[in-house]
Design a protein around this ligand. Structure first.
Ligand code: DIG
Ligand code: MN
Ligand code: MN
Length: 375
């Protein structure tokens, strides 16, 4: 199998990922911010399917209407010239100091109103660029001082905002499916709605839950001490996996947004196995950025590596599913549960049940052999 990415693989990158200039809280940028046109040109060259964006990634805040128009037209021409699409759009509600105490959940109603207006304008941009998925990552929706308010009020404000924006999308006739992105903390001390499970509970309280799903991110699950494959599995089970942010992360660290599969090979493998076996049709979005150590040549090695690793693990997933010894070791009795009457009175040979091992040590070693190329 060649590991050459093609548009049919539906690999996408955010403008903000490959153009990340490498600044961190302790150091200045090490690279120029690569302009959108060069991002599109290089991602197309590498075989990507599309590019995603926050509103501010393409249109600097306070741009004049004519400047806005020019930037959008230029970007659309560039996408057309290079054959890339924009499957997802989102809003930057986390950089501007106005959102320092929250956006949708801010105590100040003027800040909440501005966050909604900024999102509506960004949705207009996303729709114009052809996006069909709209992501909400609440980077400032959280707290450091819980005394600041009655905590359920924050969720009520979040709900009010998403309900209003669902109504806006419907009124405008936009095709959007909303994907809410969980994260446990950072940049706020705690973030509201930290995991897939909390997002699913929240979605059930909305006016139009059918419009809203989740966008789980590998690094965010790892930061919460969770197994990302289990987060994805619950999203799939709920039919709410509307988008996915792939990257990698070492547990117990700040959000590293590392190249996909560069740290947790087994969890990355099970993530790819789930996405492929479940028939997930959405973009494989790499919300990751190159290490600060890299120059622009390293940026494109980073992008190539994300896609290459996914394709290698996709082949391993196929081999896993086709391997008779592995499938034999995974086999479980397929008999259905008896009906209630029988269940209530059926006898059990508990001594035998207690003595039966699960055979998972051998299965896990077979997987290790497969992933390390020994098998
Ligand atoms: C961070 O993980 C967030 C932002 O990059 C963006 O809003 C969203 C899009 O996938 N992920
Ligand atoms: Mn992240
Ligand atoms: Mn993300």
């Amino acid at each position: 199998m060649d590991y050459q990415p093609k548009p049919e693989h539906r690999f996408t990158f955010g403008l903000w990922t490959v153009s990340n200039p490498g600044a961190d809280p302790f150091g200045a940028p090490v690279r120029e911010r690569i302009p959108p046109s060069r991002v599109v040109e290089n991602l197309a060259r590498l075989g990507a399917f599309g590019v995603n964006l926050h509103d501010d990634d393409l249109i600097p805040p306070d741009s004049s209407p004519s400047e806005r128009r020019r930037l959008i037209s230029e970007f659309q021409r560039c996408l057309k010239d290079h054959g890339l699409v924009v499957p997802m759009a989102t809003t930057n509600l986390f950089s501007d100091p106005v959102f320092r105490a929250g956006a949708f959940t801010a105590q100040n109603p003027k800040v909440r109103a501005y966050a909604l207006q900024k999102t509506m304008i960004a949705m207009d941009l996303g729709a114009e660029l052809g996006a069909e998925i709209y992501v909400f990552w609440g980077g400032r929706e959280g707290s450091e001082v819980d005394a600041a308010g009655y905590l359920p009020d924050a969720l009520a404000r979040y709900r009010e905002a998403i309900n209003l924006l669902c109504a806006y999308s419907r009124e405008q006739g936009y095709p959007f499916r909303f994907a809410l992105e969980p994260k446990p903390n950072e940049p706020r001390g705690d973030l509201f709605l930290p995991t897939v499970g909390s997002m699913l509970g929240f979605i059930a309280t909305l006016d139009h839950p059918e419009m809203v799903g989740v966008n789980p991110e590998f690094a965010h699950a790892a930061m919460a001490g969770l197994n990302f494959a289990h987060e994805v599995a619950q999203a799939i089970d709920s039919r709410k996996l509307f988008h996915v942010d792939l990257n990698d992360q070492r547990m117990g660290r700040f959000d590293q947004d590392l190249r996909f599969a560069s740290e947790n090979l087994k969890t990355a493998f099970f993530t790819v196995l789930l996405l492929e076996e479940s028939g997930y049709q959405g973009p494989r979005h790499f919300d990751a950025h190159p290490l600060r150590t890299e120059d622009e040549r390293g940026v494109w090695e980073f992008a190539k590596g994300c896609m290459r690793s996914y394709l290698i693990l996709k082949e391993k997933a196929w081999r896993f599913a086709e391997d008779p010894e592995i499938q034999e070791a995974r086999r479980t009795p397929a008999q259905p549960l008896p009906d209630l009457r029988e269940l209530r009175s059926m006898p059990f040979d508990l001594d035998t049940l207690r003595g039966e091992g699960a055979g998972q040590e051998r299965l896990d070693q077979l997987l290790f052999d497969l992933l390390t190329g020994v098998r």
